[in-house]
Design a protein around this ligand. Structure first.
Ligand code: AMP
Length: 575
């Protein structure tokens, strides 16, 4: 292994901090092996550089050299830790090495993941990391919806890497579209714990029958459940086991977690003020506990011409994927997501007439969806806001883990209503290790500073009636189904038009008061006065958000000092 050298952790990233910035030290001394010390091909290094990755994450630093040495590896790594590249980089490197001495084309690598979305994600990682050597490294994702005959011709070309769900791969093996008996050198099972919860256990076992006796295996899993340990016995031989992080969340140097205790009704006032005052900046996911709240918050923010799109399990899968892709490509700044409590709260009551059987089915379906979203990579998320406090530790980790991914910094802010104090205290004490201070720091924000916004918030909230929410919910589903199904064929033929399809359009089922959208100077807290961006001109709500700010204005705004730095508080009067 390359010699370790000491270097400083790079914390000089686009810090979008909600309050006082992380309390952690900026100059953490740590040891790290650089990518260029791993003996990687120049083309791979070039592609890594293109992605802007300055150094490997912990899992990459540990796993890449081991896989290159030919070891079987089992790694427990949280999502967001950079685990995909931890196996993709050495896979590509190994293929390139082999191709130096042999031109023979065969399927040497099989990657199994539990869902189509995850297959697509792994496939695009492979494409990104092999863009400079795409002629040498061929890859196919066979997870798509098309029937298996249509995929036969792709497999006939014997791509070096085949990515698919266990179900689909087994079908191909059984139909002789894929023959791995002689050729397979490497097997990867990603998100292994989900492979089981998705019911692919027997498929994986059946696939093993089609594999040669000797091959290298890698198993990645967020948890080391009994089933994963069982699978380990089946596919790994003398593996190195990497249990890298004790915590499921990034450390405090990377992830700043804040909370603010407030009255339930003040949550709307708070979110509106923080967004309007630009104390929340950058890409943000706002989590609520129910689909109705999702829509209610969207309609509320619409009143102030703050655009957002909603993401919940009611929307068709195609729409959901499209929303996440567009969010990742920077089209939207705000997603309001509901991870409905039933997903994670097994104590869900059956008072509303559901039978146990129905409930079990619902929980299974929902937890499957929850599992899918766990692996999905929301990129460059600066902030996670828990508008409603999550109902369990698992949900808290799932939500907050959407930010501070890879080597990026992130911030979470949880609003804690009076009725949520119990679960907040429980989660806080679980996250607090030993005598250490709680990682959930109080967000030092005085509610009195935003008192002037209260009437506007109340006015806006009044307009968002139950009927408006119901109508909007129906409208949203209808339009997404239309987007998703009817237009699918059209968009298959016209992919450029798909880019124009937006999901953050105003629903307008509540009356919008245009005058509420601007922030007059008298409402801006003293500490933030002088920052002209709060009183910017009103804009057309249906205009593409990229048109709202001209490039020059955007650059100028970015250069402006972060208002938070000048936002001072008197110690005595925190809320
Ligand atoms: P994963 O855990 O594989 O889903 O990766 C989470 C995110 O981290 C993805 O958006 C990757 O693009 C990003 N990422 C992976 N490796 C690195 C790295 N070495 N430096 C910075 N970001 C990375």
């Amino acid at each position: 292994m390359a010699k370790k050298k000491s270097k400083k952790k790079n914390t000089n990233k686009s810090l979008v901090d909600l309050g006082l910035g992380p309390d952690s030290d900026d100059n953490v001394e740590e040891k790290c092996v650089e990518f260029h010390e791993m003996g990687l091909d120049d083309r791979v290094l070039k592609d890594i550089a293109k992605l802007g990755w300055a150094k490997p994450t912990l899992i990459q630093e540990q796993a890449i050299p081991l896989v290159l040495e030919g070891k079987d590896v089992m790694a427990r790594a949280r999502t967001g830790s950079g685990k995909t590249a931890a196996f993709v980089v050495p896979l590509i490197q190994k293929i390139l090495l082999r191709k130096l001495t042999s031109d023979e084309q065969y399927v040497s690598t099989l990657v199994l993941t539990p869902s189509r979305e995850l297959c697509t994600q792994v496939y695009s990682n492979i494409k990104d990391l092999s863009s400079s050597c795409s002629r040498e490294v061929k890859c196919a994702d066979v997870s798509g919806q098309v029937n298996i005959t249509a995929q036969r011709s792709i497999l006939m070309e014997k791509p070096d890497i085949v990515v698919g769900t266990p179900g689909r791969i087994l079908q191909h093996l059984q139909s002789n579209n894929l023959d791995l008996k002689e050729s397979l050198e490497m097997l990867v099972i990603d998100e292994a714990d989900l492979v089981f919860s998705f019911g692919y256990e027997s498929d994986v076992k059946a696939i093993l029958e089609y594999l040669p006796k000797i091959y290298q295996s890698i198993l990645m899993s967020a948890t080391l459940s009994e089933e994963v340990v069982e699978l380990k016995k089946l596919v790994l031989h003398n593996p190195v086991i990497l249990k890298l992080e004790d915590s499921d969340l990034a450390d405090s140097g990377q992830l700043s977690q804040y909370h603010v205790k407030c009255a339930q009704d003040d949550k709307f006032l708070l979110i509106f003020s923080l967004l309007k005052l630009k104390l929340i900046r950058g890409k943000t996911i706002i989590f609520v506990n129910t689909i109705d709240r999702c829509i209610r918050l969207k309609l509320f923010l619409e009143q102030f011409q703050i655009r957002s799109c909603v993401l919940n399990s009611e929307l068709p899968v195609n729409s959901r994927c499209h929303i996440v892709n567009q969010f990742n490509s920077g089209l939207y700044d705000i997603i309001i997501a509901s991870d409905e409590s039933i997903l994670l709260d097994k104590k869900h009551n059956v008072a509303d007439g559901e039978s146990n059987k129905q409930l079990k089915k619902k929980i299974k379906k929902k937890s499957k969806e929850y599992g899918v979203s766990r692996g999905i990579d929301f990129q460059n998320v600066s902030n996670v806001v828990n508008f409603d406090f999550p109902l369990s530790l698992k949900a808290y980790i799932h939500r907050v883990g959407r930010t501070a991914r890879g080597d990026q910094l992130g911030t979470s802010l949880s609003f804690v209503g009076e009725n949520e104090l119990g679960v907040f205290n429980e989660i806080e004490s679980t996250l607090q290790s030993g005598d250490n201070a709680s990682p959930l720091k109080p967000y030092k924000f005085r509610m009195s500073e935003i008192e002037g916004f209260r009437y506007r918030a109340q006015d806006a909230l009044r307009a968002v009636t139950k009927v408006a929410v119901k109508e909007a919910r129906l409208k949203e589903i209808k339009s997404e189904i239309l987007n998703s199904k009817k237009l699918k064929t059209y968009f298959d033929d016209n992919p450029r038009d798909l880019k124009l399809l937006r999901h953050d359009k105003a629903l307008h089922s509540a009356k919008v008061h245009a005058e509420l959208s601007s922030v007059p100077d008298y409402l801006v807290p003293k500490a933030l006065k002088g920052n002209t961006s709060f009183t910017r001109k009103r804009v057309n709500p249906d205009a593409n958000s990229t048109q709202i700010e001209s490039k020059a204005v955007k650059i100028k705004r970015k250069k402006e000092e972060n208002p938070l730095k000048s936002f001072k508080f008197k110690r005595s009067s925190q809320t």
